[in-house]
Design a protein around this ligand. Structure first.
Ligand code: SF4
Length: 259
């Protein structure tokens, strides 16, 4: 099922795959696992794909590692005639090891054939995306991103930047759970920062956000501040230095940016 979304940096989600496996500290309070558990319990049309994908472990919702494919959802973007920014697999990771090469190619084919949309593919497994890059068609409407939650995971950026064919490469520093004062930005067009939200949310320091924002400003990289987060994120908001930061990559400039 494709749907509207409350995620500030996108306009719709598209989930031809459901389920995942936690892979790094950023996964600890995975929002998608929490939602998958809820959707499975609702047992409504379109929710069956979440069956068995999540469970409770030590009181937290976690993904079990089971991956379900929803081939019927593949064609949804073709039916959306008005162009949207679409977050691909918000309830999974397209480059999870259990997603077959064949299925990934099918997802890319849909993206290639829907130029009216911008597709935002976000992974914590950029090495597989890099390894497959030569066999995929990187049409200009595909934005490829990786998550970097603290300084231990900046190595993912090297793998992302190696996907030279991607026209837009972006970073999601959410949940930002530690400082990344030297976030490498060469070859990156867009950075999203956000604090963790919901039960058990880990704190994010204002200084960590400002460091990243200032690096983006200095290197002319679009910066999007999604939220402060916390247990009640609507109370903490998304204002930084008395303004919101809702920048997006300047599409017309991308081809000119050197790596
Ligand atoms: S990679 Fe993403 S979807 Fe998968 S468990 Fe981690 S946070 Fe959740």
């Amino acid at each position: 099922m494709g749907q509207g979304t409350g995620i500030e940096w996108t306009e719709a989600t598209w989930n031809p795959v459901a389920g995942c496996t936690p892979i790094s500290p950023g996964c600890l309070n995975c929002y998608a696992a929490r939602l998958a558990l809820r959707l499975e319990r609702m047992n409504e049309a379109g929710c069956q794909k979440y069956c068995g994908t999540a469970k409770r472990h030590n009181g937290r919702p976690v993904f079990t590692g089971r991956i379900n494919f929803d081939a019927a959802a593949l064609d949804l973007p073709r039916r959306w005639k008005k162009g949207k920014r679409i977050f691909v697999n918000s309830m999974s990771d397209l480059f999870h090891e259990a997603v077959t090469d064949v299925f990934i190619r099918r997802v890319f084919k849909v993206m290639n054939e829907c130029p009216q949309h911008q597709f935002q593919v976000l992974t914590k497994r950029p090495g597989r995306a890099r390894d497959m890059a030569d066999e995929l068609n990187w049409s200009p409407n595909i934005w490829m991103g990786t998550s970097v939650e603290n300084a231990m995971y900046t190595w993912r950026i090297k793998e992302l930047v190696a996907i030279k064919a991607a026209h837009v490469r972006f970073l999601s520093c959410e949940p930002l759970i530690g400082p990344i004062p030297k976030l490498p930005l060469a070859g990156i067009h867009w950075v999203i920062v956000g604090g963790e939200s919901g039960p058990g949310a880990r704190p994010m320091e204002a200084e960590w956000v400002e460091q990243i924002r200032d690096r983006c400003l200095a290197q002319r990289v679009a910066f999007f501040f999604k939220q402060w987060g916390g247990i009640r994120k609507h109370e903490t908001g998304r204002s930084l230095d008395r303004r919101t930061w809702d920048e997006f990559p300047a599409l017309e400039c991308l081809h000119k940016q050197p790596l």
